[in-house]
Write a protein that binds this ligand. Structure first.
Ligand code: HEC
Length: 108
């Protein structure tokens, strides 16, 4: 029983801290800077939802957004277009984009 509660404790702490880097990056963000940077993204990512295989990013959870951008930047995620785009962005820019896109209405 003791081991079981230890496991629960571990799981809860893990969930809480697993997004620590993401939260720090989001806290560096500025929503107006994100709006400015985000104009470029709208060329491919459309408000209406998935289009030509490109997923919508409006209304995406900010932590998930940052985690995805970091994964493209570190080339853990394969898409060459997004690797190039994320490769040009620093943490502050990614945090700003995360704030901006997470505040938009998700596609219906
Ligand atoms: C030239 C077209 C293009 C542009 C410009 C572009 N993207 Fe993407 N993006 C894509 C494609 C294609 C995918 C899907 C890649 C995949 O399947 O891994 C994607 C995926 C993503 C994802 C993951 C979405 C998900 O649900 O998995 C995020 C987040 C994202 N882009 C953010 C951005 C941001 C922020 C910008 C602007 C700085 C941007 N993109 C600009 C084409 C583009």
């Amino acid at each position: 029983m003791k081991i079981f509660s230890f496991l629960i404790f571990f799981l809860i702490s893990f969930c809480k801290f697993s997004f620590a880097d993401e939260q720090q990056i989001i806290s560096m963000g500025d929503i107006e800077f994100g709006e400015y940077l985000g104009a470029e993204c709208a060329a491919c990512h459309h408000q209406a939802g998935i289009s030509k295989g490109i997923p919508a990013i409006n209304g995406m959870d900010a932590e998930v957004f940052v985690a995805l951008m970091l994964a493209y930047r570190s080339k853990e995620m394969e898409n060459p277009v997004m690797q190039m785009i994320a490769g040009r962005l620093d943490d502050e820019q990614i945090g700003s984009l995360a704030l901006y896109f997470s505040k938009l209405d998700p596609p219906k």
